[in-house]
Every structure is written in C-alpha cells, then in structure tokens.
Ligand binder design. Structure first.
Ligand SMILES: N[C@@H](CCC(=O)N[C@@H](CS)C(=O)NCC(=O)O)C(=O)O
Length: 261
C-alpha cells in the first residue's frame, strides 16, 4: 500500500521524499485536492503535525513530520537499497549534505507569482481598486511560494505624536530596502488622535519571514508578527482592507497608509 505524503505538488520539501521514493521503489502518494493553507490547518492535520506545516508522511505506525526525517524513513523502508549509505562514513556523508542543504543554502521553490507584476498592478490601478487590484492579487497569490503576515506595533501607547509616528514607520520602510525583491508591505497609521496605532500587512517570499530581514532590520522586533491564516475569512478580509486602505479600519480613520513596493 502506498504511503500518503500530505503536501501540495511542487513543494520542495515534499520532493525530497518523492525523489527518495522513486530511487528506492517505495510507493508514495500525494492526497488529491490538497490546498495549502487550508488542508494543513484542519484538526486532523494538526494532530499529525501541531505546527500545521507540510510535508507530513502517514505511515502504518503513525505520522512523521520534518521533510528530512520523512526522506530518511522512505529510504530506509526498503532495506535493500544503499541510498542512505552503506558504511559509517557514507551515512555521515548523506547526513552531511542533508544538513548542508538545510542550513547553508536558502532554497526557495520556484513560484508562479512574480512580485514585480503584483507591484505594478498595485501602482497602476487608479480606479475600481477592489475589483482590479485586490481581485488581481488573489489571482496572482501563490501560497506555496509566498506568505502573508500581519504586524502590530508592540508599544502603541507610545505613539502620541503624529509626525514622530509617521517618521518611525518611514524609517522602518527605508530599512526594509534590502528585501525589496522579496517583499511587499502596507503600513497603516490608524486613528485621528493619539495614541495612533501602527499595524501592517507584509507579503514575503517563502513560508517564513526571511532570516536576513530579522537579523538586519531592528524594527522587526518592535512588532508582533502573526502569519495570516487564509482559511479564516475574517483574516482574508483584513488583508484586503489593508491592501486597499479601506476606511474606517477597525472602526477608526486612517492618519496615513504607506506602501513598501
Ligand atoms: N523543517 C520543515 C519545514 C516545513 C515547512 O516550513 N513547510 C512549509 C511549506 S514549505 C509549510 O507548511 N508552511 C505552512 C505554515 O507555516 O503555515 C520541513 O523540512 O519539513
């Protein structure tokens, strides 16, 4: 019987197990109709991997997550092959390259979403913004290759002076310059009087906020970051409201909306 590997097709982490399976003659199948961001957030999925991340392999003895562990399981499940090494030093070399790939190389799966196309659509849409740009965004959005994040300033009560608050957000966007090729962002300054709230929406290449951004941009730690769960309609609507500067936003007027593109 085939082992079930929970993942969408085209996921680089799932490929490791699928390639190992191909080499070893092990049957591994992807579920039909897997929908990233939805199928991996169901209660059944969370029982298999509490992080809600793919891939997860269902084995006759229970579920396994972490793609390297899954690839090793698949390779070892046919005892008569040498894919996982035939001697002490060979085991070590297999591990060496797996660890190397995991820690030293930043491999992102190819994506059908071209960030510049989205930025161009955003900039060029002058009217009917919802029907053109927001709709266009969802048509382009690739949940495997990109992720959406809400950010919420941790010290909102300190935003007592409007121009200081605006400058702070402006500085943040300048410091984000180093990730222009990998990100799009909207930062809202909310409220018509102090304290102003600063909240934002970011689109990043990959499933995590790129590590170099976390390291290089000190503003990142001044915000609470929450990954958007698109299976939640309310969060999806909030993404749309932030893209199109919809007012009132959470019951308040907007003092300003800045875009990082
Ligand atoms: N270290 C894990 C990484 C798994 C991972 O980050 N999976 C991404 C897709 S490539 C995911 O499921 N993200 C969904 C989420 O974080 O909600 C592995 O190698 O399996």
């Amino acid at each position: 019987m085939a082992l079930v590997l929970h993942s969408g097709s085209g996921n680089k982490n799932a490929f490791k197990a699928l390639i190992a399976a191909e080499y070893c003659g092990v049957k591994v199948e992807l579920p039909k109709n897997f929908e990233m961001g939805v199928s991996n957030k169901t209660p059944e999925f969370i029982k298999m991997n509490p992080l809600g991340k793919v891939p997860v392999l269902e084995t006759p003895d229970g579920a396994v997550f972490e793609s390297n562990a899954i690839a090793r399981y698949v390779a070892r499940s046919k005892g008569d092959n040498l894919l996982w090494g035939g001697s002490l030093v060979e085991y070590a070399r297999v591990e060496q390259w797996m660890d190397f790939a995991a820690t030293e190389v930043d491999l992102l799966p190819p994506s059908k979403m071209v960030l510049d196309d989205w930025k161009r659509l955003y900039s060029n849409t002058k009217s009917n913004f919802h029907d053109v740009a927001v709709k266009g965004f969802w048509e382009m959005y690739d949940p495997e290759g990109y992720s959406l994040w809400f950010c919420d300033y941790k010290y909102q009560e300190e935003n007592t002076v409007s121009y200081v608050t605006l400058n702070k957000v402006g500085g943040f966007l300048q410091r984000m310059d180093l990730c222009r090729k990998y990100a799009f962002g909207k930062m809202l300054v909310i409220g018509s009087e102090a304290p102003f709230k600063v909240k934002g929406l970011w689109l990043f290449r990959g499933q995590d906020i790129p590590e170099f951004v976390m390291k290089e941009v000190y503003d990142m730690e001044l915000y609470e970051w929450t990954k958007v769960d698109l299976s939640d309609e309310a969060q999806k609507k909030r993404v749309e409201a932030m893209i199109e500067d919809l007012e009132p936003f959470e019951g308040q007027a907007l003092l300003d909306a800045k875009c990082f593109k």
